[in-house]
Design a protein around this ligand. Sequence first.
Ligand code: BG6
Length: 509
Amino acid sequence: MAEANPFLDSLRLERRVPPCAIVIFGANGDLTKRKLIPALYRLAFERKLPPACAIFGNSRTPMSDDDYRGKMKEATQQFLEDSPFDEALWEQFARNLYYVAGDLKDPAFYQQLKVQLAAQETATGGNVLFYLSTQPSHYEPAVEGLGAAGLNVGGLPKAWRRVVVEKPFGHDLASARELNKVLQSAFPERDVYRIDHYLGKETVQNVLAFRFANGIFEPLWNRRYINHIQITAAESIGVEGRGAYYQESGALKDMIQNHLLQVMATIAMEPSAVFEPTSVRDERAKLLRSIRIHSEAELATHTVAGQYGSGRVGNADLPGFRQEPGVSPDAQTDTFAAATFFVDNWRWAGVPFYIRTGKRMPKRVTDIAIHFNAAPLSIFERDAPGQTARPNLLIIRIQPEEGISLRFLSKNPGGGMRLRPVSMDFSYGSSFGVRTPTAYETLLEDAMAGDATLYTRQDMVEASWQVVQPISDYWRSHYHVFPNYEAGTWGPQASDEMLARRGHVWRVP
Ligand code: BG6
């Protein structure tokens, strides 16, 4: 059954976003500056933001509305992706941008916020989207404060109150459950939007279209035809001033627990019977629950932790992770994480899913490579051994050069049956020639419209933690000889060895 919502068009074709207010906790933080305000501005540019949308930023630093507007203007000019900055539109947008200083542990702050929200109520209809973008330790006080002040329920009839929760959702299974308990003491599940921005990326959404709108791929999408799958999310940047956060988190929790397991679920889930939030999320959740939890013996062979040391990329000498500001000189943090997963269901039994992610790799690239089985009989091998050794490969490029390529073997022109791999390519840029919305634009619009299809649910979060926590516990209980890869390389040798055990090799993206 579709979740009853008058604003919901489950294919999101004719969406109406109702008037509402948005309250951003953590208004001075990096995410707000780099992603949230530019996304909201861009939605205004596209005329997708309701005209009466009032945006309130909160943090502890005292600041006037005008000072805040000035800061956000600078940030938007700097971080707006692939689109022009329009001065007149900014002026209009900024008139609805307010700043409310206050401590999230102080009950008086919520009373002040209440007064400010009430002043906008005629325009916003009393609808409010709260966005938790603070340090995670402030999530609980914020939710408790909202609940105690009665801000979690709308005063006007039919007014809604929703809360968007940024990652990390807990730092392990127990803390994720605890955070959920706090959230649900103030907001019912249908109003809790756990964001995972990878699910909002166009290319990740397109995996669903590719798989479930075409008849030719899905019949091949199983253990009979697929040999293994590689998911790579490489970043060339280091920790960019986030050393203190990252030191505690590490790559496994920063990327695999959330983004990459969600990508894997999108690749491997069963088709949902209808395209609406509950069905799609049920299928993702089922897949996440089917990922095999590694045994103690498997943890040693199926997972690899790495940390970068200094290195040279192009003409630049880069420091090692332990030399980054805010990082301790003997940090045991993983800046690279790789794992082999198996999905214990009929479709995927025995097919390895290799996932790797890391900072300071040779380039920024996220892609999924589906390696198909070789042809059952190599009739072209007799006098040219090895020429069919590179079987079919489907590459789904999530970023930066969004597209899909299918590699197959072709006859080289000229005499003789000499073969060589060629590629059929689809590129977003040349096929559509339009700008794709950023993940945050899509997801903010969805949350305002009440569409949770691309948001994670508590059962999904818990299933991911169930997979990731044993790895994290295992890594913590072992001393790592770090650094074990140079900045600007593809990670530690152990990651290649992990694949080599099954005769596989990481593809160079
Ligand atoms: C964030 C992580 O969630 O995702 C960052 O905290 C990472 O460490 C980022 O850099 C990657 O996102 P994207 O969209 O740039 O691939």
